[in-house]
Design a protein around this ligand. Structure first.
Ligand code: ATP
Length: 389
């Protein structure tokens, strides 16, 4: 469990200190140091520090207005930060104009030239660089193979689907062999099915080319599927930087626990501190949690438990839980392969248990519970994430 008294500052400070002035900084493709940017009274990016590794797929994830695009534009050179540094291979590139940076950007709205063919769109930058015709032809061919659109050379953008337009936009960016590719919600305009397919394809292309991708999205599932690491942001600041797996299982704050995936979040008070476990009072109930946080009796804390970590406990159930709590089923909602049970466990608290109904182990579902039934819910103490706020 990743826990920190001050998750916003602490994680960043740790990451920054670990890498600052070391060999790992030199190996990073891109380093952002204490970057700040305001527009009038609006703070878009605040004290933002991050090391992006060479060949890494990193996602900037957060709600609308949290500063993701501003940050991408700062890296691209379209926006000058008020303070801080942007280092590429150890060199500060703040004063390097956008067109001189070895980077390309892919936008949500493709930005293809409508009057040009697919071939001309992809080849455009090569024409500007006055590359030989044969070489350009070879490169365009390679790019069209990469994005699986061989034979599309003579078409115009209005003869393409949204997904095909975005592949051409990607090919047009990749033909420059950028060191870093910046992608601003590139799949945002596509329908869900194409979007999911393109997520996998984009990830495969990135793995094949080993180019550093910085990917902006507000879609948590997209970030989980594609990224090597996720940078979770809120109000211009970093909340947590971690692998998808760790950020999902060990959120460092109430915000992380609820923005990525769903959690039962309750406020409580530390009632007892043992060597390796805590007893927490939540609305008169006692919950056990692993002691991964430095707290004392009386401290106010927030706990978060993933919905799928709450199961049915009690008689006849094989799984054993450190915490067992009886309650009354208030609602049952089916979402296709999963079902959610809303169970009142105290006067003020409803706990949600989520079960995969395809699983044989689905114990609540197997019992065919109804609204109004009494059930016992269970969860283990290692699945209780704790935060000080
Ligand atoms: P979204 O997901 O909606 O695109 P975002 O996370 O990319 O949002 P930004 O576009 O970076 O957010 O904006 C961050 C904040 O800065 C917002 O409050 C926005 O209104 C403000 N902002 C961005 N650009 C400008 C500008 N040119 N002038 C004034 N305010 C701006």
């Amino acid at each position: 469990m990743r826990l920190n008294k001050n998750p916003k500052k602490g994680i960043m400070a740790g990451e920054y200190k670990r890498k600052r002035g070391t060999m790992s900084e030199e190996k990073s493709a891109l380093v952002l140091r204490d970057v700040c940017k305001s527009f009038g009274t609006v703070t878009a990016v605040k004290d933002f520090s991050l090391d992006v590794n060479d060949g890494e797929f990193i996602s900037l994830l957060g709600p609308s207005g949290c500063g993701k695009t501003t940050l991408l534009r700062i890296v691209a050179g379209f926006e000058i930060p008020d303070s801080g540094e942007v280092l590429l291979d150890g060199n500060n590139i703040i004063n390097l104009p956008a067109f001189k940076r070895p980077m390309n950007m892919v936008f949500q709205r493709y930005a293809l030239f409508p009057h040009m063919t697919v071939y001309e769109n992809i080849a455009f930058s090569q024409f500007l660089k006055k590359r030989p015709k044969d070489e350009v032809e070879q490169k365009v061919k390679k790019m069209l193979e990469l994005v699986q659109l061989e034979g599309f050379e003579p078409r115009k953008p209005n003869q393409l689907s949204g997904g095909q337009c975005q592949r051409i936009a990607l090919a047009r960016a990749l033909i420059n062999e950028p060191k870093v590719l910046l992608l601003d919600e590139p799949l945002g305009a596509l329908d869900l099915k194409i979007r999911k397919q393109m997520q996998i394809e984009l990830k495969n292309i990135q793995e094949k080319l080993k180019i550093t991708f910085i990917y902006v999205t507000h879609d948590q599932e997209e970030a989980l599927v594609m990224s090597d690491r996720i940078v979770l942001m809120e109000l211009g600041e970093i909340i947590q930087v971690d692998t998808p797996k760790r950020i999902y299982s060990h959120p460092n704050s109430r915000f992380a626990a609820t923005f990525i995936g769903e959690s039962n979040v309750f406020e409580g008070e530390v009632q007892k501190v043992d060597a390796d476990q805590l007893v927490i009072n939540v609305d008169g109930l006692q919950f056990l949690a692993n002691k991964n946080i430095d707290v004392k009796v009386g401290d106010k804390i927030v706990i978060a438990i993933r919905l799928e970590k709450v199961g049915r406990a009690g008689k006849g159930v094989k799984r054993s839980f450190d915490n067992q709590v009886p309650g009354k089923v208030e609602d049952i909602v089916f979402f296709g392969s999963i079902v959610k049970y809303y169970v009142r466990i105290s006067e003020n608290i409803i706990m949600i248990a989520q079960e995969n109904i395809a699983e044989e182990e689905s114990e609540i579902a197997a019992e065919e519970n109804n609204i109004g039934d009494t059930v016992t819910l269970g969860f283990t103490k290692r699945d209780v994430n704790i935060f000080l706020e």
